[in-house]
Write a protein that binds this ligand. Structure first.
Ligand SMILES: [Zn+2]
Length: 431
């Protein structure tokens, strides 16, 4: 399973990107089960990955990234624990040095856990070495988290890219690109400063930032594509691969940069399952599922796929009946946003609110860019009240599950000054 942190769906070629940003993933997608409307519940790396691993909403798994912090409770079951108990070899290579760490409970179920700030090429090389050293007779679960697309800290241009991808899309308009080495506010700090109103983007600069981001994704596509192509060639018979992202990124579609909002540019993520290459003909690939799904559906689906009857406490659903074409696509399931306090997606309806703002309501079928707030229309208050009541009931249930999981262990995490500095550089702390 590979998580491409901060990759928004619509920058991936097969999801409709107008530039040739991800040629290698697009080629792999010819052999994939693809999820057209996959979503994360929240634009936060810790919460999204905890939901991915457990199948629980953020309110239910109860991890908290900031403030006093809270780790993923030991009593929450992760896909790594499920597989390790079934005798699989398990390894994780992650690149968020505060959150995707043992301190926050992310090593649960992993025999080998490696966390660094390294670029994809280095991380994948170490994952490769682990694969080469494993016991070839036993199944394995490898999780790789790559941070390359995420904005850079404060070292130069906001989005980095390997040398070979630089200049593919940037620097097309004279006078727009900055000399990032000489700017006094750089990287993520610059993006934060724009969000805070301390800087204004120049004419054309929003497109330049998006082009930088696209170049980073192009570089990541090259690394990941090469890694997966080789693995699928070597292990044609039993290797399943999942490629997805934890959240997207905003480029002022709704005013902001980074990924703190709950609009579709943040919530809509790419997600694909690649069956073993020898089985591709039987799966009738590529095949798209149009029904809405979430990261929480991954764990129950993998458990079903591998015939494991582990504890399946999960808000996510087993999508295997659809994958195997035994049943029609799954029906839409309510997706509570953030901790269940910020809104909900129900089919095509999306209810959301930004901090200290009133509720907004969108019809995603008619208005996928979320430009027309139905909450402004007369007579909508009753509909919104109904949706809020439904969301409150869901959230209440998820809060009860969290209390159960948490039990006596309050799971508090002491953030060190290095953690705070790192999170601050990444744009997660307001200053
Ligand atoms: Zn992330």
């Amino acid at each position: 399973m590979i998580s491409l942190d901060t990759t928004r769906a619509d920058r991936v070629g097969i999801y409709g990107a107008e530039r040739d940003i991800t040629p290698r993933l697009d080629a792999l997608a010819d052999e994939a089960l693809l999820f057209r409307r996959a979503r994360t519940p929240v634009g936060n790396t810790l919460l999204a990955h905890a939901s991915l691993f457990t199948g629980l909403t953020p309110r239910a798994h109860g991890a908290i990234p900031l403030g006093d912090g809270a780790r993923l409770p030991d009593s929450a079951r992760t896909i790594a624990e499920d597989l390790r108990e079934a005798g699989w070899q398990t390894a994780a290579f992650t690149t968020h040095v505060t959150w995707l760490t043992p301190k926050f409970g992310f090593d649960q179920g992993f025999e080998h856990f490696d966390v660094t700030r390294d670029p994809a090429s280095d991380v994948l090389a170490r994952a490769r070495a682990w694969l080469d050293a494993r016991d070839p007779e036993r199944p394995y679960f490898l999780f790789v988290h790559l941070f390359d697309v995420h904005s850079d800290r404060n070292t130069g241009r906001p989005y980095r890219a390997p040398e070979a991808s630089r200049g593919l899309f940037t620097d097309r308009q004279p006078g727009v690109a900055r000399d990032w080495e000489s700017e006094h506010v750089k990287g993520t700090l610059f993006l934060e400063a724009v969000n805070a109103g301390r800087f204004e983007l120049r004419e054309g600069e929003r497109d330049e930032l998006l082009a930088q981001y696209d170049e980073g994704l192009h570089g990541l596509d090259n690394d990941v594509g090469g890694f997966l192509e080789e693995l699928r060639r070597e292990q044609p018979n039993e290797l399943w691969t999942v490629v997805l992202s934890d959240h997207g990124e905003q480029f002022q579609e709704h005013g902001g940069l980074l990924h703190h909002s709950l609009y579709e540019e943040v919530l809509h993520v790419p997600m694909m399952f690649l069956p073993p290459s020898s089985e591709v003909p039987a799966w009738e690939l590529p095949r798209w599922l149009d029904a809405p799904v979430t990261l929480m559906d991954v764990r129950p689906t993998l458990l079903a796929l591998f015939g494991l009857d582990a504890d399946r406490t999960s808000y996510g659903r087993d999508l295997l009946p659809w994958l195997e074409q035994r049943e029609p696509p799954p029906r839409a399931q309510a997706l509570p946003l953030a901790w269940g306090d910020r809104g909900m997606i129900l089919g095509d309806l999306k209810l959301l609110r930004s901090p200290d703002e009133p509720w907004e309501l969108y019809d995603l079928a008619a208005d996928p860019a979320e430009q027309h707030d139905l909450a402004q229309e007369p007579g909508m208050q009753e509909r919104i009240a109904q949706l809020v009541a439904q969301l409150d009931a869901l959230t209440q249930g998820h809060a009860e599950l969290e209390a159960l999981l948490r039990g006596a262990d309050d799971g508090g995490v002491q953030l060190s000054s290095e953690d705070l500095e790192f999170l601050s550089e990444m744009g997660y702390l307001q200053r």
